[in-house]
Design a protein around this ligand. Sequence first.
Ligand code: MRU
Length: 365
Amino acid sequence: MGWTAVEIKEMRGTDAMNTFRTIEWKNNRVLMIDQRKLPGEEVYVECETFEEVADCIRKLVIRGAPAIGIAAAMGMALGAGSISNDSPYEKFAERMRTISEHLAMTRPTAVNLFWAIGKMNRLISERRGRKVEEIKNLLISEAIKIQEEDLRKCMQIGDNGAELIRDNSVVLTHCNAGGLATAGYGTALGVIRSAFRQGKNISVISSETRPVLQGARLTTWELERDGIPVRLITDSMAGHLMSKGIVDSVVVGADRVASNGDTANKIGTYSLSVLAKHHNIPFYVAAPTSTIDNECLSGEDIVIEQRNPEEVTHMDGKRISAEVNAINPAFDVTPAGNIECLITEVGLFKKPYTKSLGRLKKKDQ
Ligand code: MRU
């Protein structure tokens, strides 16, 4: 089920790493590794309808900004498949608008979801008047292309960022910005993977990432499979370790980067950035340019997803708190001033971000 060693070798020209498939288009179905079950069980969910894909995104079967973008694109291709070839173009386009709205309602913060849906919708509007069957096939190819390009971009992000990681150093990462959050290889974990592959003697500290534990469950699973040394901490331990000089750099992913560089990422990222700044530790964000939202001028404009409070009050279905309410914002915003450098597939961007990101051409994204 994973990328085969040969596939990875062809794309990378070297040994296999990260041999599992986050998401795959197969026989007109979408397969996803069920991330809620990792690391205990490695099982795959099969979606036959766009509604099932939307449900998987909402319930975190698949998560991570680039991965949910790919899922939404594949969901649209599945939805298109359910429309008759005999439909007139206008009817087809109208139905596709409903399908894309359904997928867009799943999660609000990661811009990659809307970026991928926008790409698929543009394909439809540019083919106005063409045969529905032809557009349906093109939508499948486009979704697969988004996935393949994401894998390439992640490898490039990794290679671009690796130069920032010192030999003999300890890197802290938060949440999971790995192969599971992308088509493969990862963004923040891509940087770590590339540095490790270059022979740098590095080790990783993964913060557990309450309440959904993406760090504890997913990041440690991925790094352990790759043989990259990793140690787990609870989120509250980061400041202490930084004060003891144990952390040399922090690398995280992103869900949406505003045009001024403010960055939304998993809840807890902001606190880590403040701690890193206080301790003079470089804080890097790694993301594809599809995560940069030019329409968003600052972090103020980013919608923060509020998830079910039970993620905080319960664990494995059992209440761990007294009968009180909880607050559960899934993301926070790290101010641009706390970010040393934004690592993308087209290169490194530095402060002031309004200026450096402004040079990024629309076509690059
Ligand atoms: O709620 P999640 O698990 O989808 O949140 C994921 C993150 O915050 C990741 O750090 C981000 O999407 C970057 S993934 C390359």
